[in-house]
Ligand binder design. Structure first.
Ligand code: SF4
Ligand code: SF4
Length: 383
């Protein structure tokens, strides 16, 4: 591998020594990759994205794209990704100290649109198998999603908001990476949509952006779980951040809102000591992705666990028992959006499905999409 002047470049972290059991390429087929930026001797070789439609269909799912979603996905892969690359300024700006560099990068990240930013040093397990990087520091950027779009989930609005926030992450990362290169430092941006190379959650956890919740999503101390991440890695030596736990473990141990709400019964009752510790030394809650993912891929994604999570409303979590003061999402549980039969793994007893919170369940479906019947089927189009 060479740098931009053609000189050999050190690869700092690589997992090439251990070949993946089953690579995405072998699994999905080479043709399902979008060769927006092909590997060459001047860039770290990796595929930058795979068509979501191909991915979902390859797994037996149903890819549903509204025009707006499709436009964002295409724009991300065809316009944004090439902008993650560019020439590095020959003159390098020297920072007074790693602390000064860190402060500068954080200030610029917020200026470019991130809601929060954390910095950590990469460790080899931050990369997926078969991936590599030549950078040492990771900048984790957090951008919030709009909560109202998740008041009905799965729904076209929730699916669009998830993609919109990924796209927004891409915009912030473009600005930050261009700025880093203008300072005379190299950097790499993880793809917001498609195949990422970096395992985002542990990176962001170590960068002080929160702790893992029972639902398997990171909980930010003020954004809650309703946000998206993007990772930029760079050669700028920076001071790293400390962990921020924010009381997540204690809260999750006494709350099961997401577990009750999950339509796929994928969220566990208990922690799994055999699954290893999180960054704070706690046993992990292990979400059953074998149940979650098949549910998600049938429709417009899901995210009911994130929408239902009380952490981002923790100031009134005392009303868990039912005070009708807050809006919760409506999850079309027990039925599918498109007349498809229930998956067999939905084993939550019928009487428990709407247990939490009942407060918004008996009321008119204020946020029901206009193109959907109350039983979850799509309305017939009338011309
Ligand atoms: S995304 Fe949906 S199916 Fe998956 S764990 Fe969350 S609530 Fe359950
Ligand atoms: S809903 Fe409750 S248990 Fe689930 S992640 Fe949020 S705080 Fe933790």
């Amino acid at each position: 591998m060479t740098d931009q002047s053609g000189k050999p470049k050190e690869v700092i972290f690589t997992k090439r020594g251990s070949e993946p059991q089953l690579s995405f390429q072998k699994y999905y087929g080479e043709e399902n990759y979008v060769p927006v930026v092909k590997s060459n001797e001047k860039s770290t070789p990796y595929f930058v994205g795979r068509r979501w439609q191909d991915l979902w269909e390859a797994e037996g799912g149903v890819a549903r794209y509204d025009d707006e979603v499709l436009a964002l996905v295409v724009d991300s892969q065809e316009r944004q990704v090439p902008l993650f690359f560019g020439p590095v300024a020959e003159q390098r700006i020297k920072f007074k100290s790693p602390e000064a560099a860190s402060e500068h990068i954080k200030k610029k990240s917020i200026e470019f649109g991130a809601s929060d930013v954390g910095i950590t040093e990469l460790i080899p397990t931050d990369l997926y198998q078969g991936c590599e990087t030549r950078e040492r520091y990771a900048i984790a950027l957090a951008l919030p999603m709009r909560y109202p779009e998740f008041k009905v989930t799965p729904s076209p609005a929730a699916g669009l908001e998830a993609v919109r926030s990924y796209h927004e992450c891409g915009e912030v990362a473009i600005k930050l990476s261009q700025h880093i290169r203008s300072l005379g430092y190299t950097c790499e941006v993880d793809t917001p949509m498609g195949d990422g190379r970096f395992v985002q959650v542990p990176i962001a956890e170590r960068a002080g952006l929160g702790a893992l919740g029972r639902h398997g999503s990171l909980m930010h101390p003020t954004l809650g779980p309703n946000f998206r991440l993007i990772i930029v890695v760079t050669s700028i030596p920076m001071a790293v951040d400390s962990l921020r736990e924010g009381g997540v473990a204690k809260l999750c141990d006494s709350c099961k809102a997401c577990r009750r709400y999950c339509p796929a019964d994928a969220i566990p009752d208990h922690r799994s000591p055999e699954a290893g510790k999180d960054s704070f030394g706690n046993d992990r809650y292990v979400v059953d992705t074998g149940k979650c993912y098949p549910y998600m891929k049938k429709d417009y994604s899901c995210g009911a666990c994130v929408a239902a999570c009380i952490y981002h409303r923790k100031q009134w979590a005392r009303d868990y028992d039912g005070a009708p003061i807050m809006e919760y999402p409506d999850v079309p549980m027990g039925r599918r959006l498109h007349d498809e039969p229930l998956p067999p793994f939905d084993s939550v007893p019928e009487e428990e499905k709407h247990f939490y919170p009942r407060v918004n369940r008996g009321q008119p479906k204020k946020y029901w999409p206009s193109n959907m019947n109350l039983d979850g089927t799509l309305k017939k189009q009338t011309k």
